[in-house]
Design a protein around this ligand. Structure first.
Ligand SMILES: [Zn+2]
Length: 96
């Protein structure tokens, strides 16, 4: 299981965090994790493959165009701050 969030506008980083410049979870209202606007449901995988479709009304498409979306290698514990103790960032993309 992995955890996804939407964040900054870059998938660049450094040697210790290859997607560090994606920033933190999209959170314009200043609430705690897992209630950030950018927090999405867990992504379930099967033999390395996964697909997810989310129907959600907490943001508009225009709010997320150009934002980074990140996949972590561990599940969200829905408690730890600021990111649910979700492990290493393993993939990043920019929403177009
Ligand atoms: Zn969050």
């Amino acid at each position: 299981m992995v955890f996804i969030y939407m964040s900054g506008t870059s998938c660049t980083g450094n040697s210790s965090d290859e997607f560090a410049n994606a920033g933190t979870h999209l959170n314009p209202t200043g609430c705690p994790h897992p209630f950030h606007i950018g927090d999405l449901p867990p992504l379930i995988e099967n033999n390395g493959f996964s697909y997810m479709s989310v129907l959600i009304d907490k943001f508009k498409i225009s709010d997320i165009i150009g934002k980074a979306i990140i996949i972590h290698d561990m599940p969200d514990d829905f408690t730890s701050q600021p990111a649910g103790n979700s492990g290493k960032k393993i993939a990043c993309g920019i929403i177009e």
